[in-house]
Design a protein around this ligand. Structure first.
Ligand SMILES: Cc1ncc(COP(=O)(O)O)c(C=O)c1O
Length: 354
């Protein structure tokens, strides 16, 4: 992909403003949706537009929909950028808790009627940041039914969609009727390790894609065409992602074993690179010392300060620690094993209480 970028960067016709993009990425995205996600029939001309990363897309999309007083349904915990922009426009955010009791899938029936009456958009993200949870076809079918019954637009942020450890990526758009109600955001950041390149695409309902394009055109002037063309090359090479996912799966097996060996309660997710584990209430040292954690925040502080282990704490719906298998391990598998053994060693002098 770097060779492709190099070649495209030398082409003078790629130098100007990209606007909403040419055909290359749109066509490759439609092929990707069919070949990788099993979603046939995407029209590259009207149902796909690039994004300068999904973060840019979720900051542009509230400008399409939100008037003061409108509600957006989001999960908590969740990736917060859409909500931030909703508030800039005077909109309100209704947080739907996701936790172990509901398999990290929001209970749509629990949204209060007064919120539902003003709800315009629902934002979902599976495989999920931070919980690592995956959706199911049944859940997505319920989302489509709910969206139709309540006149709600669905935005599915699929930033981790292709990082799956078994089976095929699950696209929201593979659900019958999904294109009537929503769009999906794909990103090359995680699936191709291209975080800094800033490229992704928005796909789905043509009216929503068009509206996104109108606001986007008044926000940015498009990603450098050489990057778009290199991204198109990537989308035709999903084996790159499969290798990355296999690496994360291997690391995930190792990390689950290490954390469970240390007395935490880890179970391998079906995708993403996040391992979301219930936060312990206390750590008891072999010397009898005892430290209590009143929140995931305090446990995470203890882990980084005392053990030099970095986690992200989440206290939004239960207390959880988010580990990640994106740690640096130059040298491949052997170094990975050393990193994992080091984590085991640093946790070996305590037991955890729940
Ligand atoms: C759920 C989710 N959406 C979007 C993004 C942003 O992705 P991008 O790099 O494509 O802007 C992230 C990155 O962490 C994420 O976790």
């Amino acid at each position: 992909m770097i060779d492709k970028l190099h070649e495209e960067a030398k082409n003078p016709s790629n130098r100007g403003y990209a606007g909403n993009g040419d055909g290359a990425l749109k066509e490759a995205a439609a092929r990707y949706m069919k070949n990788v996600c099993g979603v046939d029939g995407i029209d590259p001309k009207t149902e796909v537009l690039h994004s300068i990363g999904s973060k840019a897309a979720v900051s542009i999309l509230p400008g399409v929909f939100i008037n003061p007083g409108d509600y957006v349904l989001m999960t908590t915990p969740g990736y917060p950028v859409f909500a931030t922009h909703v508030k800039y426009y005077g909109g309100e955010v209704h947080n739907m808790p996701i936790n172990a009791e509901n398999n990290f899938l929001p209970d749509l029936d629990a949204v209060p009627a007064d919120v539902l009456a003003k709800a315009k958009v629902m934002v979902l993200n599976y495989p999920n940041n931070p919980t690592g949870a995956s959706a199911t076809p049944e859940f997505f079918a319920k989302v489509v039914e709910f969206a139709k019954a309540n006149d709600i637009v669905v935005i599915h942020d699929a930033a981790y969609a292709s990082l799956v450890f078994e089976g095929k990526p699950l696209s929201f758009l593979a659900t019958p009727g999904a294109k009537d109600v929503g769009i999906e955001l794909h990103s090359l950041s995680k699936s191709y390790n291209m975080t800094g390149w800033r490229i992704g695409f928005v796909v789905g309902n043509p009216l929503i894609v068009k509206a996104y394009g109108d606001v986007k055109d008044n926000t940015d002037s498009g990603q450098f065409l050489a990057i778009q063309h290199a991204a198109a090359y990537c989308l035709d090479h999903p084996e790159i992602t499969e290798k990355i996912a296999a690496k994360y799966s291997r690391r995930m097996d190792g990390l689950v074993e290490v954390l469970n060996g240390a007395g935490l309660q880890a179970s391998k997710p079906k995708g993403s690179f996040f391992l979301y584990v219930p936060c312990p209430k206390a750590a008891v040292g072999k010397d009898g010392s005892r430290i209590e954690f009143d929140s995931a925040e305090s446990a995470s502080q203890w882990l980084i300060k005392e053990k030099l282990i970095s986690t992200v704490p989440w206290d939004d719906s239960g207390a959880f620690l988010r580990f990640s298998v994106t740690f640096a391990a130059p040298g491949g598998e052997e170094t990975e094993k050393k990193v994992l053994a080091e984590i085991a060693s640093r946790l070996s002098d305590v037991t955890f209480e729940f």
